[in-house]
Design a protein around this ligand. Sequence first.
Ligand SMILES: NC(=O)c1ccc[n+]([C@@H]2O[C@H](COP(=O)([O-])OP(=O)(O)OC[C@H]3O[C@@H](n4cnc5c(N)ncnc54)[C@H](OP(=O)(O)O)[C@@H]3O)[C@@H](O)[C@H]2O)c1
Length: 165
Amino acid sequence: MMLTLIAAIDQKHTLGADNDLIWNLPDDMKHFVRSTKGHAVIMGRKTFESINSKPLPKRHNVVITRQEGYSSEYESVSIVNSLEEALDLVKEDDQPFCVGGAQIYKLALPFARRLEITHIHHSFEGGDAYFPEINEGEWKVVKEEYHPKDENHAQDFTITRYERR
Ligand SMILES: NC(=O)c1ccc[n+]([C@@H]2O[C@H](COP(=O)([O-])OP(=O)(O)OC[C@H]3O[C@@H](n4cnc5c(N)ncnc54)[C@H](OP(=O)(O)O)[C@@H]3O)[C@@H](O)[C@H]2O)c1
C-alpha cells in the first residue's frame, strides 16, 4: 500500500485560511480529481466540513475525528477516531490518499511513501493552516510538471511528485 499525501501549497506552505482554500486553480483541481478518483481519501473532520460535509464522489471518504458519535448520512463516508483506524480501513487500496488538512498531513507524513504537491509560485497573506516541512534528506523529486499563468489561473504552479528516499 502506497499512502500518498496530496496537497496544494504556496511558498510559505500555506494550505488555506478560515477552513477554506485561498486560491482558485481549476487545472490543479482537475489533477486532484484525476489522481484520487477511485481511491480512498482520508481527511480531517475540519476539511470534511470545509467541503460541506459531502463526500468526494466515486471515492471512499474516511473522516478522522476525536468526537464520539460523529456520523454522516452518506454511505461512502466512514468515520474513524484515529489515523491507525483510517489506514486499517483502506488497507485493500493500493494507493490511498491523505487529502488534509494541516493536522492530518502532519499526522500522516511519517506513514507516507509519496507526496503529490502542487507548489504555487506565490505567497498568500492571511493563511492559518500549513503543510509540514518537506525534508530533502527524506524525499526525492521524481516528477515535475510546470503550469503557467493563464486567463483561468492567476498564479503559476508546479506539480511535484516526491518519493521517500
Ligand atoms: N491546500 C490543500 O491542498 C488543502 C487540503 C485540505 C485542506 N486544506 C485546508 O486545511 C485547513 C483545515 O486544516 P486543519 O488542520 O484546520 O484541519 P483538519 O486536519 O482537516 O482536521 C482537524 C481535525 O481532525 C481531527 N483530528 C486531528 N488529529 C486527530 C487525532 N490524532 N485523532 C483523531 N482525530 C484527530 C480533529 O477533529 P475533531 O475536532 O472533530 O475531533 C481535528 O479538529 C482548511 O483551511 C482547508 O481548506 C487545504
